[in-house]
Design a protein around this ligand. Structure first.
Ligand SMILES: NC(=O)c1ccc[n+]([C@@H]2O[C@H](COP(=O)([O-])OP(=O)(O)OC[C@H]3O[C@@H](n4cnc5c(N)ncnc54)[C@H](O)[C@@H]3O)[C@@H](O)[C@H]2O)c1
Length: 437
């Protein structure tokens, strides 16, 4: 139980607060909208509402400050004097996350979260640490950051959400307790019904437009970015390059703009030299067999990985690129026996594939894996799509390509070892569970 009151009540106009107890965590925010007029009262009330809403979505201190400022600005209540946000975290003048502002002359607000008595090193933990020494406050802030981190990871925007892979990824994240903000340009009644059935919000946006990308990511803590033209040959080559590049840059920069925690995104196996009209240099092909784009689609993914590297360095956000193999849904497995008679038919990706449920697993692992900077991982099934031993297939179709290590009988020739070691990825699904040999 937690309670609070401001007094003397008849003099309070521009002051307000909101508090909540979540498990062992106390959330307390105090707002001081300067002045004794109606505008001060409205400002404080709106700030409380925005703060509460943001907190309930799992946002942390810095994000909550940004949200409040945006809402106040949208309702013309922000009193800006120099174009900078006017919201100031009281007693936290250098708080991380962009909450700094011109200061008390424009009104101020402070928010504090204590993780139970003593967690911030202040004897008055659970209320504002007005008396805490500077060193104590810094320690407190990093602790809060750490504890809120777990909650922040819960709100994930998924782009390309209504597509083939996106639907499976969204369902998996929901199943694992994430709050999902689904985004796609293809949104009709069927898509809305699908989203409603899963209990996720679905937003229609054209992600080639940076403004729209900034907007739809503003309430997310992380993004799984799947939206793209998903293959070469669907559109004229230049259109695929321009569209995917615009979309990737716009989403990556929007993630940096919104200070997201993590970007996980769909790169492609095509960056590794597909369709192998020129044989691979070695097998199993791994992450180091890169970059060999042979189409504008593959080039768009290589450019995406290059941009991710730079934007990650500028922003400090970890970017996880998943070089997906050919994605299969369970219903696609009916076609698999048709591939077996001709080993040439699917040599283009060394007979690789990946089950969409394993893509979802990789996306989920990518959200929490202990990585920094921009990194890339091949994501494939554990086996090939063929019913013949992998070494035999390679020897017949690519006789000059050497195996770099011993492989299992039906083992994939697209190495998932790095994904296993770094992300903890373990492909669990195979066509063998659906097709009788
Ligand atoms: N399917 C595969 O075999 C495969 C293999 C490797 C990589 N990938 C990558 O995985 C991702 C998902 O592929 P998929 O097979 O699910 O494709 P998909 O076409 O089924 O899904 C892509 C989604 O992106 C959306 N989209 C396209 N342009 C958009 C825009 N401007 N703004 C917002 N949304 C937009 C589409 O409406 C679609 O729902 C893509 O990035 C693709 O390049 C797919």
């Amino acid at each position: 139980m937690i309670g609070a009151a401001l007094e003397p009540a008849d003099e309070i106009i521009g002051d307000s607060y909101e508090c909540a107890l979540a498990g062992h965590t106390v959330h307390l925010a105090i707002f001081d909208a300067m002045g004794n007029d109606m505008a001060a009262g409205l400002t404080a009330s709106l700030a409380v509402a925005a703060c509460r809403n943001s907190r309930r979505q799992g946002a942390g201190l810095a994000k909550t400050g940004e949200v409040i400022d945006r809402i106040l600005t949208a309702h013309c209540l922000a009193r800006k004097t120099d174009g900078r946000p006017h919201l100031t975290p009281a007693d936290h003048p250098t708080d991380q996350g962009g909450l700094s502002g011109p200061g008390a002359s424009n009104g101020s607000a402070g928010a504090f979260t204590g993780a139970g008595p003593g967690a911030c090193g202040c004897p008055t933990s659970g209320t504002r640490c007005n008396s805490a020494a500077a060193g104590g406050r810094i320690g407190t802030a990093s602790r809060q950051e750490f504890e809120w981190g777990a909650q922040r990871m819960n709100t994930v925007a998924v782009t390309g959400a209504t597509g083939k892979t996106g639907r499976v990824v969204v369902a998996d994240l929901v199943q694992h307790g994430y709050e999902v903000l689904a985004v796609d340009i293809a949104v009709g009644p069927a898509e809305r019904a699908w989203a409603q059935g899963l209990g996720v919000s679905l937003q229609c946006a054209d992600l080639t437009d940076h403004g729209q990308a900034v907007d739809v990511l503003s309430d997310a803590e992380s993004v799984v970015h799947l939206a793209n033209i998903p293959a070469p040959g669907l559109y004229p080559a230049a259109h695929t390059l321009a569209t995917n590049t615009a979309m990737n840059h716009s989403v990556f920069l929007a993630a940096a703009h919104n200070k997201l925690r993590r970007v996980v995104w769909a790169s492609s196996e095509t960056t590794l030299g597909l369709p192998f009209d020129v044989p691979p240099r070695y097998a199993p092909v791994d992450e180091d067999h890169y970059p060999y784009p042979t189409s504008t689609y593959a080039l768009s993914k290589v450019l995406g990985e290059t941009a991710a590297e730079q934007i990650s360095a500028w922003s400090g956000i970890p970017f996880v690129a998943l070089r997906l193999s050919n994605v299969h849904l369970v219903e696609d497995y009916a076609l698999v026996p048709g591939y077996w008679s001709d080993p040439q038919a699917r040599k283009w990706n060394l007979w690789g594939y990946v089950d969409a449920r394993d893509v979802a697993q990789a996306c989920r692992l990518g959200l929490t894996a202990s990585v920094t900077g921009a990194s890339s991982y091949v994501i494939a099934a554990a086996d090939t799509i063929m019913d013949r031993p992998s070494a035999e297939l390679l020897a017949e179709v690519f006789p000059d390509v050497k195996l770099t290590r011993e492989i299992g009988t039906y083992e994939t020739l697209l190495s998932v070892r790095r994904a296993g070691e770094v992300l903890g990825y373990e492909p669990r699904h195979t066509w063998r569970d659906s097709v009788k040999i």
